[in-house]
Design a binder for this molecule. Structure first.
Ligand code: ADP
Length: 246
């Protein structure tokens, strides 16, 4: 597995407060990775650094086979280079059908979705069917997405991101507010997506992380506290002390 993204010695301060402190991190392609850590650990800031929303004070962030510096790229250049992000709340175009949402995502270059960019193509129609099957919404294609359940909207948005074929997908707490059955489906979906790309999942729900069955990175006070399998990191005394609060 080759490295897709590497952060080395990254530090971010807000008014002198170190939200990220000398953090180094690597993810391969393909790979599925879970990021856990208590509130304030720096998980959101970590993702903001990768998407270019927040710029580090120190350190390096390199991406792709040419080890290009993400620090020299604008947010939209980073998105176009294949880094997609799913925020916690689902954002789909509620008045449009599931099919239209997927068609729009397919018509868009990588980056923010634009409802005005919408082209119907035969190739697109086949790809929409494929993605709908992957996200479990084949029978909902004609429904306005505003009528979907919370879980279905999350899957649709993941499907829209997959339509843009990211090399690295960042997903923030996908299982929040989902039923156990929806969580299981979400696990399968993310595992499948990570067979051909890098997927980073920030998640609080330990059962969900267990089911992902992937390497886990534990953040605490902006630094990496432990890394390895969930069993490995939950046996780590530092993790037990600060994260599990025992
Ligand atoms: P997490 O997502 O793990 O809860 P965050 O990355 O949101 O953690 O925050 C890490 C720390 O940085 C927190 O203490 C937070 O209050 C602080 N922080 C984050 N963003 C800002 C900001 N824009 N200005 C000041 N402090 C911030």
């Amino acid at each position: 597995m080759k490295t897709l993204l590497e952060l080395s010695g990254v530090t971010v301060s807000f008014d002198g407060f170190r939200a990220i402190n000398n953090l180094s991190f690597q993810i391969g392609e393909p790979e599925l990775r879970a990021i856990i850590g208590p509130n304030g650990a720096g998980k959101t800031t970590f993702m903001d650094i990768i998407t270019g929303k927040t710029r580090p004070d120190e350190g390096r962030v390199v991406y792709g086979e040419k080890s290009e510096s993400l620090l020299k790229m604008s947010e939209s250049q980073i998105a176009r280079s294949g880094i997609g992000r799913k925020f916690q709340k689902p954002t789909v175009f509620e008045a449009q059908t599931v099919r239209e949402n997927l068609a729009m995502a397919l018509s868009n270059p990588r980056g923010p979705f634009d409802v005005l960019l919408y082209r119907k193509t035969a190739k697109g129609a086949a790809r929409i069917e494929e993605i709908a099957e992957e996200i479990g919404l084949t029978h909902e294609l004609a429904r306005p997405s505003g009528e979907l359940s919370h879980g279905q909207k999350q899957w649709l948005e993941i499907g829209m991101l997959l339509a843009q074929d990211p090399r690295l997908l960042l997903v923030d707490e996908p299982a929040a507010g989902m039923t156990p059955a929806e969580r299981e489906h979400t696990t399968d979906l993310l595992k499948r997506a990570a067979q051909t790309r890098a997927v980073v999942v920030v998640e609080h729900d330990m059962e969900f992380v267990r089911r992902l069955g992937c390497k886990v990175t534990v953040l605490h006070e902006g630094s990496m506290l432990a890394e390895g399998s969930l069993d490995h990191v939950t046996k780590n005394q530092d993790v037990i002390d600060v994260y599990l609060g025992r």
